[in-house]
Every structure is written in C-alpha cells, then in structure tokens.
Design a binder for this molecule. Structure first.
Ligand SMILES: [Zn+2]
Length: 477
C-alpha cells in the first residue's frame, strides 16, 4: 500500500459526507427555490385553489409536477403557473426533519435543500408507504411530486407552497454534498404586531416567566402545555409550547435566551401570542457553548502504532494542509513566504488569519491535491475561540499519552456534555444504531490477531507495515 494513497483514503473517509458523487443528474432536478419562484399569475392561481387545502384527498387542487402532463393540460391557470419550471420533472430534496402528525391519514415532513425548506404531505396509503421509506437526516430524490398552495391556517413552514405525494411519485435515497445546518431568520418581537396571524417565524427571546407544564385530556387526546412569558428589548409576548415541545428543555429556562425556529403567531384574548407546532425547533442560545466532534474511525483500513505517532501524523497533515493554502495562488490570494516562515504551523496560522474570510468565500474552486477538497474547505480548519482568537479547529492535545477515552454517553465530571452520535455524520450515514453497537464503536479495543496495516514512525518518516510483511514497504517524509 502506498502511504500517500492511504492518506487520501483516510481523507475520503473523513470527507465522504461532503463529497458529491451525484452531480451528473443535477440538471434533472430543481431546487426548492426554483419550484417556488412565484409567477405573475400567482394571485389568480391562489384565488382558485386555496379553498380546500387540508382535505383528506389530493385530487382537487394539485397538479402533477411533470413535463408531459403539462403539455397535455388544457387548464390555462396550470399552464401559466408552471411557466418557468416546466422543464424539470424531478425535484431533489434533502430531508432534515421528519415530523409525522398523529393521524395515520396524513403525514408531514419538513424537507430542505440548500436554497429553502418546504413541507411534503402524504395522505392515506401514501402516508403509510412514505413513512416507511423516509428517514430523518437522509437525502432523497423525488420524482413526480405535486405542488399546491397552502392555506395560512395549516402552514408549518413559511412557504406559500407544499409538495404532495401522488400515485406516480417515486423516491430513491441518494448521497448529497449538502449538509443541513439550522439557519435562523429572526423576526423582532416589535414586528409581530404588524404580521398576519398564522405567520411562521423564527425568534430569539429571553424567558421572563415560566408557568410550568400542565397536562390534560380532550376528546380522548392527551395533551401537554407549557406557558412561558418571553421578552425582547422591552416587548413581551406569551409563548405556548405544546406536547413534545413542552418537554424539550427539562431544566429551568428563566432568564435564558431561547432560539426558536418555526413558531406560529396566534392570538388569545385579543393579544398576539406565539405557539409551537410539531416541527418547531427550540434551543437555549448560548455563545459560550462548545461542541466537540470526536471522529471515530470505526472500520479502519490502517492503524497507528501509538497515540504519539498519531499526534505527529495529525500535526504533519494539518501543517501540509495550511501550507497548501499558502502555496496556492489565485486572483484573490497571492502571498510569498520564505521556507523558514513556512516551517511552523503557528506562523502559518498567523499569516492566514487576515485572509480566512476571503479564502472561504472566493477559493471554493481553488483545488487541492485531495479530491473534493477546495482551498475554501481547508480554510475552515481555522476557527475563532471564545476570546475571538484564531486557532485550529482540530484539538491536537487529545493525541496525548495520558488522554482518557470517552465512551458513548459518558459525561465529564461536573459537566453535562455526553458523547452522543452526531446526526450530521453518523456511522455509515445510519441514524439508528443500538446502544450496545454505539458503545462498542466508541471503545478502543485490543485486537490480538488483527490483520490491519500499521503506521510507524521511523527516522522521522512514517512507515507503513503490512501485517504479513515485516519489511516496511513505503515511506513518507
Ligand atoms: Zn484561491
């Protein structure tokens, strides 16, 4: 095995989730933004179509989102409405959230790509079959979906449209380069008075009072409710969290800042209030919170002799990555350093700091020797710490002799920071793993008769030793 090849393999493993192998078919698909680019005739269309949105059938006011159907259509409105996107017949969407409503007749999912988010609705048998196919966090390509406008009353996202599953709809799982990241579009509390009821907004508020959780039962349906009084710059409003949302934060929330995504503007006793929905996202906002990602190479093709070798290897890799930025030249980046100036990683960081944002923004097409990795990607190796100083995103201190290992769900003494499975980068892109399986994967295990090649450090060179061959076969300076 060639060492440089194995390094590349490691990188491919690490970066598998952001490499896109399905580019070829992109031209067939449309982004959510493309679909919902409103046309001039939209008002007229809405007038004709928004009256029976939440019915348990999808035959009436929707149309098949497909080219040939459009050509055969005699309906003027539909023809006009589809102007601009009738070239596409498939839409490829990344699912970031799966929110099944309680009835078996309707299922709703929030779908997202890098342009926007939209609801997907399925009824009756479609609801059942789709629920078995779609898994939160995975990416899918949908073909032959229908689209329709959505009445404000039933909105769960701020979009004017929603997607519908119909008899012709097909779906297949794909791998996609896009990783969903929660983005907020905050509305100020003082703007709420001017917004229509049932608007879906994001807010960041401070909790002033917490009236606690009440539970009840209405017509055989049990419910749970948590009433909060929240404020922002002197403007106060009531916030009601329903059911699961009431329990999301188990600790006291008084005086804490909450970030809330997809909350609905409602009214009670003549006053505007905010109410949660099934897909509302609620988090305690904290600027000092630190998240560490632990990379676990669960099925290694190569192992390291010991942690010291691994640390030197990591430092070498980081140094060479930063060097690749320094050495690349393009229209927005062109600096020259002496060999001596390039020698230390800390000096490379100092030299790169003024350019970090430029590199991230403009160098996404500046290639490196690593497939799928651009100079802009590497620029994300540099991050700001709590005191706004630039540092490495990778903590090399963990590669030390006396480093304690973290087990799945273990918490550091006196802290509340369990090691949990990442939803963004789960093992083999699987979200569902058994507890014991996850625990095993987080263990460092002694392997008696392992047959995996090892990387050793010998005379300042990394040496790969194949299990059956005692002679080193390749070196890397
Ligand atoms: Zn560049």
């Amino acid at each position: 095995m060639d060492i440089s090849e194995s390094v590349l393999e490691m990188y491919e493993d690490i970066l598998k989730n952001i490499s896109n192998k399905n580019n070829v078919e992109t031209s067939l698909s449309s982004s959510i933004e493309e679909i919902f680019n409103p046309g001039v005739e939209q008002e007229e269309y809405k007038k004709n179509n928004n009256d029976n949105n939440e019915e348990l059938n999808n035959n009436g006011n929707s149309y098949i989102y497909e080219n040939s159907n459009m050509n055969q259509s005699n309906d003027k409105d539909h023809d006009v409405e589809l102007h601009g996107y009738n070239k596409h017949h498939q839409t490829r969407i990344n699912i970031f959230e799966m929110m099944n409503t309680s009835t078996s007749e309707i299922s709703t999912w929030d779908l997202s790509d890098d342009t926007s988010a939209i609801n997907l609705v399925a009824f009756n048998l479609d609801s059942y079959t789709m629920s078995n196919k779609l898994v939160e966090g995975k990416s899918y390509e949908f073909g032959y979906l229908s689209i329709r406008t959505v009445d404000n009353m039933y909105k769960k996202l701020s979009h004017e449209y929603q997607l519908l599953v119909n008899n012709a709809t097909n779906v297949r799982e794909i791998s996609m380069s896009y990783n969903y990241e929660m983005k907020y579009n905050f509305t100020d509390l003082n703007e709420i008075e001017t917004l229509p009821f049932n608007s879906i907004i994001d807010v960041q508020v401070t909790v002033l009072r917490d009236y606690g959780i009440t539970a009840g039962n209405t017509n055989g349906n049990s419910w749970m409710r948590r009433e909060l009084h929240v404020g922002q710059n002197g403007v106060n409003i009531k916030l009601t969290l329903w059911n699961e949302q009431a329990k999301v934060i188990s600790t006291s929330v008084i005086q804490k800042s909450l970030k809330i995504k997809y909350v609905k503007i409602d009214y009670f006793n003549g006053l505007r209030t905010l109410v949660s929905m099934g897909n509302t996202r609620l988090t305690i906002a904290s600027t000092s919170e630190k998240i560490s990602y632990h990379l676990i190479h669960a099925n290694p093709s190569i192992l390291f002799q010991n942690t010291t070798t691994l640390r030197i290897f990591m430092k070498t890799i980081i140094h060479s990555l930063l060097l690749s930025i320094i050495q690349h030249k393009c229209t927005t980046f062109n600096i020259n350093l002496t060999v001596l100036e390039c020698a230390s990683t800390s000096n490379l960081i100092n030299q790169l700091v003024p350019f970090v944002n430029t590199l991230r923004k403009h160098c996404n097409r500046c290639n490196t020797s690593i497939p799928f990795v651009s100079i802009a990607d590497i620029a994300y190796l540099l991050v700001q710490n709590k005191t706004n100083q630039w540092t490495l995103a990778i903590d090399t201190n963990v590669y030390s002799k006396n480093q304690q290992l973290r087990l799945f769900e273990s918490v550091k003494y006196g802290k509340n920071n369990p090691l949990v499975l990442s939803t963004k980068f789960p093992f083999h892109s699987e979200i569902k793993y058994s507890y014991s399986n996850l625990l095993k994967k987080s263990l460092i295990i002694f392997m008696e008769h392992d047959i995996i090649p090892k990387i050793y450090l010998k005379d300042k060179n990394f040496v790969v030793d194949l299990y059956s061959i005692s002679n080193p076969i390749n070196t890397l300076s």
